[in-house]
Design a protein around this ligand. Structure first.
Ligand code: HEC
Length: 142
C-alpha cells in the first residue's frame, strides 16, 4: 500500500468512534472496507469547523457563519440507527441552538456559547461514541 493511503486511513481512524483495539484489528484486516456513515462524515466536519472557530474566538477574530449543513444532525444516517433515540434528538436540538448562539454572538459571549455547545458534544458522546471524547474535550476554551 502506498504511504499516502496508509496516512489517509490512519488519520481517518484517529478520530473515529472505535476503540484502539478495534482500530488495530481493522487496520490489520481490510482498512479500505471501513466506510464511514453519513453522520460520521458530518461529525468530522463539525469537529474541523469547531476547531477553526475555537482559534477564531481565542484570537478574537471575526467568526465564520453557522453552517446549515449542521442541521443534518437531525436526519443523517447513523452507523447504528438505534443510537437515534429521544435523548439523542433532544441533545441534537440543544447543540444546534448553542451553535447558532455561538455564531451570532459578540466576542465575549461567543466563548460562553461555544463552550456550552462543546459540552453538549461531550454529553452526547459519553454514552454513544466514546472514541473521540479526548479530542472533543480539547476543543473547550479554558
Ligand atoms: C446528539 C449527539 C451528538 C452530538 C451533539 C455530537 N455528536 Fe459526534 N457523534 C455522535 C454519534 C452517535 C456518532 C457516531 C456516528 C456514526 O458512526 O454514524 C458521532 C461521531 C463523532 C465522531 C467520529 C466520526 C467518525 O469518523 O467515525 C467525531 C469526531 C465526533 N462525533 C465529534 C463531535 C463533535 C466535535 C461534536 C460537537 C461539535 C459532536 N460530535 C456532537 C453523537 C453526537
Amino acid at each position: 500500500m502506498s504511504k499516502y493511503l496508509t496516512f489517509l486511513i490512519c488519520s481517518l481512524l484517529l478520530i473515529s468512534c472505535i476503540s484502539e483495539k478495534e482500530k488495530q484489528q481493522l487496520a490489520d484486516k481490510e482498512p479500505l472496507m471501513y466506510e464511514p456513515s453519513e453522520m460520521a462524515l458530518l461529525m468530522r466536519q463539525m469537529y474541523e469547523y469547531n476547531n477553526l472557530v475555537k482559534t477564531q474566538i481565542v484570537k478574537k477574530d471575526s467568526l465564520l457563519v453557522f453552517p446549515d449543513e449542521f442541521l443534518g444532525i437531525h436526519t443523517a444516517v447513523l452507523t447504528d440507527p438505534s443510537e437515534r433515540d429521544v435523548e439523542f434528538d433532544s441533545l441534537a436540538k440543544l447543540f444546534i441552538e448553542q451553535q447558532k448562539a455561538t455564531f451570532s454572538s459578540q466576542a465575549d459571549s461567543a466563548q460562553y456559547h461555544f463552550n456550552n455547545s462543546v459540552n453538549t458534544c461531550i454529553e452526547c458522546h459519553k454514552t454513544r461514541c466514546v472514541g473521540p471524547l479526548p479530542k472533543i474535550k480539547k476543543l473547550l476554551i479554558k
